[in-house]
Design a protein around this ligand. Structure first.
Ligand code: ARG
Length: 459
């Protein structure tokens, strides 16, 4: 049976049982155990290397910590609330396993620098995993784009039909957004990758520790230069939540589009059975639960970002117990982003099928080629603003007669403006409208192929 009390002999009474539960973080910070063990291993090795403990004591501690790791992996290490948090739980178990030497592990450090170290180790690993997931998602976007360079889809502004675009161009826009997400995470990583270990409770320690050695063992690029900053900084977590929020913004926007596209009103995609769900009452329905959930889960990630900013804003230096609240936010944001990236990757890979006949119909049934009529005249020397006004009149005439631009006869075109020739018909076909937009970054097929090639080189 473990010792009940973790505090010094200054304490006589025991904590109220409800306060024990209130104070404890073990229920959620057990998530950090692998990193806590790794951090403690580095600390123990450093203590032995600097002669603060003997080599033999160091080895004993290392063996004990490795045993705890094994026990945890086998499901045999399940500390309860009486351990308060993962750090105490590990130290207590270590002492059970190796005896009093276990009590030397905490020399020259505090739970304050310890928890900061654990959280950074955790986040480093998570950032790497999320970045890999972003690459998987992008690969799916790229292969879909590659198959759909010449598939046209209505492009919108204000959710009004504006100009048709290549479907690949549309998908590649999401590649670009997620590429920035990937890069942003790489940048955040740099500021997660700093070791606070050895900052102690707040002011450093009297022991001749070697912070650079523990940082090196843990693969940190540098160490915090100021101990007060080291134990109380959570900027790195806020930056991560910001990057996570932007990932969610991008996934949520794509989700919203898939939801619209799968509605009967748009009818641009069909949801396959592997990603759609039914209604418990309306047998005809196929619901886009996956993108709806992604859109819905976005809010909680934003909430964690906001929560963390508020958590920090009034904290005096250095560590305050408020900081224990950072973990659930971070863990939930990480889990949510990972789950959403996985689901969206599956959705885009096998959950939707673009209805090409319907898309072809959609781009040919409206006035989204009107700009091209104005451009046609402008290319023939008519000032653009004049051409624009004239085409407005043409559209009005067409609407009154229930016609599209392509339905006008050449005589009708010529009465509108003598510069119109037979080639106006070719100029306003959806395919020509798209392929003509070859300005850099435009939807013209040559540009889309360039964008695709560039994107591929980033995978
Ligand atoms: N469980 C604590 C946390 O997550 C560990 C640090 C506790 N430090 C302290 N001085 N009480 O923040």
């Amino acid at each position: 049976m473990a010792e009940q009390k973790t505090w010094s002999q200054r304490f006589e009474g025991a904590l109220h049982p409800a306060i024990v539960r209130f104070n404890a973080s073990i229920d959620f910070d057990i998530e950090l155990i692998e990193y806590d063990l790794t951090g403690s291993l580095a600390h123990a090795k450093m203590l032995a290397k600097t002669g603060i403990i003997s080599a033999e004591e160091g080895e004993k501690i290392v063996t004990g910590l490795e045993q705890i790791r094994k026990e945890y992996q086998e499901g045999l290490f399940n500390p309860g609330v009486d351990a308060e948090d993962v750090h105490f739980a590990v130290e207590r178990r270590l002492t059970e396993i190796i005896g009093d030497t276990g009590k030397k592990l905490h020399t020259g450090r505090s739970r304050n620098d310890q928890v900061g170290t654990d959280t950074r180790l955790y986040l480093r690993a998570q950032i790497e995993q999320i970045r890999a997931q972003i690459k998987d998602f992008q690969e799916v976007l790229l292969s879909l784009a590659e198959q759909n360079i010449e598939t046209l889809i209505p492009g919108y502004t204000h959710l009004q039909r504006a100009q048709p675009v290549s479907l690949a161009h549309h998908l590649l826009a999401y590649f670009e957004m997620t590429q920035r997400d990937w890069e942003r995470l790489g940048d955040v990583y740099k500021r997660v990758d700093i070791s606070p270990l050895g900052c102690g409770a707040l002011a450093g320690t009297t022991f001749p520790i070697d912070r650079h050695y523990t940082a090196e063992l843990l693969g940190f690029s540098s160490v915090y230069s100021n101990s007060l900053d080291g134990v109380s900084d959570r900027d790195f977590a806020i930056e991560f939540l910001n990057a996570a929020s932007l990932i969610m913004v991008h996934l949520s926007r794509l989700s919203e589009e898939v939801i619209l596209w799968s509605s009967q009103e748009f009818n641009f995609v069909t949801l396959t059975d592997s990603c759609a769900t039914g209604s418990s009452i309306m047998p005809q329905k196929k619901n886009p639960d996956v993108p709806e959930l992604v859109r819905g889960k976005t809010g909680r990630v934003f909430g964690h970002l906001q929560g963390m900013l508020v958590l920090m804003k009034g904290l005096p230096l250095a560590y305050n117990k408020d900081l224990q609240e950072d973990k659930e936010a971070l863990f939930d944001a990480v889990k949510t982003v990972k789950a959403c990236l996985e689901a969206m990757t599956i959705l885009m890979r096998e959950g939707i099928v673009f209805r090409k006949e319907r898309l072809a119909e959609a781009v040919a049934e409206d006035f989204s080629n009107a700009t091209d009529v104005a451009d046609y005249l402008a290319a023939k020397g008519v000032p653009f603003r004049e051409a624009y006004n004239l085409v407005g009149k043409v559209v009005k005439t067409c609407l009154a007669g229930g016609k599209l631009l392509k339905d006008l006869t050449l005589d009708e075109w010529k009465t509108l403006h003598p510069a119109f020739e037979q080639d106006i018909y070719e100029a306003i076909t959806p395919k020509q409208v798209v392929s003509a937009r070859n300005s850099f970054g435009g939807t013209g097929f040559e540009q889309v192929k360039r964008g695709l090639a560039e994107a591929k080189s980033k995978i």
